[in-house]
Design a protein around this ligand. Structure first.
Ligand SMILES: Cc1ncc(COP(=O)(O)O)c(C=O)c1O
Length: 347
């Protein structure tokens, strides 16, 4: 992704919510300008404490978080915010004025995910940027979108289609804003599926993929990466063996209950079961409660040789949700744990 950003001449601002880990972010931003994207103010605080000073909080801001955001900015961080709400622009401008600071604010655009954001072809898509541009204590940072609906694609061609639309919708809107004399400093897009498949990024300034750092069962099934590209597994012990079932000590709070690529692979369960070397066993985590994971034998020959006390690796459906359940990563080299890296969770 680092090479791709350079080749396609865009700035890379990786989303660190996937790993929430300073050491991983340093690897990810090497050779780039050190800018990152976060999904909680706790991540912003933790990464600021470790020297990251250009941070986009990529969830719409609301008044209850103004004080904390001002505090982070006053500690020397360029904290970029985003909104799709005119009332919030007015309130944020007032709060920034009282605090004697200026925020850089993006307008969130909905390029098809229909989660948050302003529809690109509406009057609001012009008025909200203008409102921010005119606000005394805010800088209009630009427009920002995330094609989360790329995860609903069934084929690689469909992902490419979503990727082109994510790019084109934003380039067109930026042109429209500029034609109305509204300066657009940054056009920011990006998800792992779209940035892995997009053909060009002309007119785009920065990309914010996150999941690509580990990938997972979802991305490999979707075709965004190969299974060999996946980097994150949960080590689990077999604690029970029945006639046709194994139980492991990794349930919902170790793996998450994300159903992953169920549309593409109805039997994907809650994760692929690998052996200690990371090779496929043909088994899947088929059920779970809080800390128990259940693995039905099905017709996988590997079942017969697995016994209580054995260790297995679970390649989870969605690495972002899995990593967020844990306090640290074990860093493995040649089968040995050589380091532990902290995961900065919280809100
Ligand atoms: C606003 C925003 N930007 C970027 C990303 C990164 O997307 P991905 O995890 O597909 O790389 C996300 C992920 O949810 C997001 O919400």
């Amino acid at each position: 992704m680092s090479d791709k950003a350079s080749q396609l001449r865009v700035r890379l601002r990786p989303h660190i919510k996937t790993h929430k880990c300073v050491e991983v972010a340093r690897i990810q931003t090497a050779g780039h300008n050190g800018a990152i994207t976060v999904s909680t103010l706790a991540e912003a605080r933790a990464f600021a404490e470790h020297g990251f000073s250009d941070i986009t909080y990529a969830v719409p801001i609301e008044a209850g978080k103004f004080v904390e955001a001002i505090d982070i900015l006053k500690n020397g961080v360029k904290l970029n915010l985003l909104t799709d709400d005119a009332g919030t622009v007015t309130a944020l401008n007032e709060a920034a004025g009282k605090a004697g600071i200026k925020f850089d604010v993006f307008v969130k655009i909905d390029c098809g995910t229909h989660r948050v954001g302003v529809e690109p072809h509406t009057a609001e898509a012009i008025e909200t940027p203008r409102l921010i541009s005119d606000a005394k204590n805010l800088n209009f940072a630009g427009i920002l979108t995330h094609a989360g609906h790329s995860y609903d694609a069934k084929t690689k061609e469909q992902i490419v289609e979503v990727a082109r639309r994510e790019r084109d919708v934003m380039v067109e809107l930026a042109e429209r804003l500029r034609s109305l004399s509204i300066e657009v400093p940054t056009v920011s897009i990006g998800s792992t599926p779209t940035m892995s498949t997009v053909d060009h990024l002309d007119g785009i300034d920065e990309i914010r993929p996150g999941n690509y750092i580990f990938f997972d069962n979802f991305q490999a099934t979707l075709g965004t990466c190969s299974f060999a590209d996946t980097a994150l597994t949960v080590l689990a012990a077999v604690i029970h063996k029945g006639r046709s079932k194994l139980v492991i000590d990794a349930g919902a709070i170790a793996l998450s209950k994300d159903r992953g690529p169920v549309e593409l692979d109805p039997d994907c369960g809650y994760g692929r079961v690998l052996d200690l070397d990371g090779s496929e066993t043909g088994l899947r985590v088929t059920g779970m409660s809080q800390e128990h994971g259940e693995i039905e034998a099905g017709d996988a020959p590997a079942f017969d040789s697995i016994k209580v006390g054995d260790r297995l690796r679970i390649l989870a459906n969605h690495s972002c949700l899995t990593a967020a359940q844990h306090s640290h990563y074990n860093i493995i080299e040649n089968g040995e744990i050589v380091d532990r890296w902290e995961i900065h969770r919280g809100w």
